[in-house]
Design a protein around this ligand. Structure first.
Ligand code: ADP
Ligand code: ASP
Ligand code: MG
Length: 450
């Protein structure tokens, strides 16, 4: 039986007409049945800027941004020689973008719901263009564009919605039918979904990877492919350190740790749906599709102690201290209850007799309600300007001499916090943000290149 493949293309793979054509050729070669696309590179940032500019009351600035968005999408449309009805659909979406910007400008307010709607235009525009590119590249297939919001159901937490997986599978079954049996390839949008009231939501920045995996789960795909601008997952971000090496095979667990601890190549929760259904995920370059790429699977042959190094920037350290922690039980659960209630995630934690130190993403510091609740539990101190550097691998908690090796490589660096032992797949250190890239390079050289 033919494999059911869901392929996702990121922003650079949608960047211009040539990139779209290259990506379309890949879909044809792979025989993809569903294609999930990101906005053209830089467009989501532009839409965010548009919302902020409108909120600040700068209509001149908004006009410039809307002009840029029009230019970008119509230029690609022209180069792809799209038919008139698609041109009209693109023009309609761009007018809707402008109308929403006017609404925000008029109110001088951008609600979370309006903000998600604004960001949705990027994927909606690129998917229309890509549908045409794929139709041209693959005349023997019926290429259909579908609005992912009719399938991908989420809750109503704008900006970081949680998918409702059962509802999503039900919608996919009802609306898309049997993908294996049909001669259709569906093109749809990553990153966006719909809440129970019918409002547009987003899954968080970089969320198109997550969409592909969620849709792969919903249609019981055999493979999910993530096509991007690098040849698969490397031992560290190749932009950060020249010594980065390609990884050919990696486990779900290791790749998920990398994603959660800052490797931008995958959105942090991408692998969760694929793991639930045991769907192998391939990561490859749409610019050099002939290269090997990376396969992510439940099990792989080798399990090195040190597989990769990841960097998570913009970290803040929140310390909560209170004598109430002494000889009491249930205190930690109250602390985590507060984080859960406000849906803020903590990456690294250490505790002492009377205090608990946790790292959070710096933007979370503006979350007043969270800090108000934390202050009710004890004294809160906040320090900013850190990066979390994580070593990802296997059996790390069973290796004699591991700490010596790690600290030997960074002995002159001031380490603010360490986390070892909680996971056999991860060891992390919190260091000053300016030293982050240096720490990545040193650990990589000492433990992975050595
Ligand atoms: P897309 O738009 O296709 O989703 P992203 O920019 O989100 O692409 O992710 C790809 C980028 O991830 C690469 O260009 C690379 O700089 C970065 N990256 C971070 N860590 C890694 C890693 N370990 N291996 C490969 N790429 C990485
Ligand atoms: N376009 C969205 C972003 O830039 C989602 C994605 O590219 O995955 O964050
Ligand atoms: Mg991405």
């Amino acid at each position: 039986m033919e494999k059911l493949i869901v392929s996702k293309f990121g922003g650079t793979s949608m960047g211009d007409a040539a990139a779209m054509r290259r990506s379309a050729d890949i879909c044809k070669k792979q025989n993809s049945r569903m294609v999930v696309v990101s906005a053209t590179s830089g467009t989501t940032n532009k839409l965010i800027e548009l919302s902020k500019t409108a909120e600040q009351g700068d209509w001149g600035g908004c006009e410039k941004l809307i002009y840029d968005l029009r230019e970008r999408h119509f230029t690609i449309g022209k180069e792809l020689e799209i038919p008139e009805y698609t041109r009209t659909k693109i023009a309609d979406l761009l007018s809707e973008t402008e109308t929403l910007a006017r609404g925000i400008h008029l109110m001088r307010e951008c609600s979370p719901r309006a903000f998600d709607r604004m960001q949705s235009f990027g994927e909606r525009l690129s998917s229309l263009l890509f549908t045409e590119a794929l139709t041209q590249a693959w005349p023997t297939r019926t290429v259909k564009n579908f609005d992912v919001r009719t399938v991908l159901a989420t809750d109503a937490i704008y900006g970081k919605a949680t998918p409702l997986t059962e509802k999503t599978a039900e919608n996919a079954n009802r609306l898309l039918g049997n993908l294996r049996a049909e001669n259709t390839c569906y093109v749809t949008q990553g990153f966006i979904g719909m809440d129970p009231q019918g409002h547009t939501t987003t899954l968080g920045r970089g969320g198109s990877d997550y969409s592909a995996s969620l849709l792969g789960e919903a249609v019981a795909a055999d493979v999910v492919e993530i096509w991007t601008d690098v040849d698969g997952i490397a031992t560290t971000d190749p932009r950060l350190h020249k010594g980065a090496r390609a990884i050919r095979d990696i486990t779900f667990t290791e790749a998920a740790e990398m994603a959660v601890f800052g490797a931008k190549i995958l959105h942090p929760t991408t692998l969760t749906p694929a793991m639930r259904r045991d769907i192998p995920v391939f990561v490859g370059s749409s610019f050099e599709p002939e290269k090997a790429g990376t396969w992510i699977r439940r099990e792989v042959k080798d399990a090195p102690v040190f597989r990769a190094v990841a960097l998570k920037k913009e970290q803040a350290l929140v310390t909560l201290s209170t004598p109430k922690m002494l000889n009491t039980h249930g205190f930690l659960s109250r602390v985590f209850g507060v984080f859960e209630q406000h849906r803020v995630s903590v990456d690294a934690i250490t505790t002492s007799e009377i205090s608990i130190a946790m790292t959070v993403d710096r933007p979370m510091l503006t979350h007043e309600a969270l800090f108000k609740d934390l202050r009710e539990l004890g004294e809160v101190t906040i320090e900013e300007g850190f990066s979390l550097v994580s070593l990802i691998g296997n059996s790390m908690n069973h290796k004699p001499g591991l700490a010596v090796k790690i600290f030997g490589a960074i002995e002159d660096i001031n380490v603010r916090m360490i986390c070892l032992g909680a996971s056999k797949h991860n060891f992390c250190v919190l260091v000053n943000e300016v030293q982050g890239p240096e720490v990545v390079a040193r650990l990589h050289q000492a433990l992975i290149e050595a």
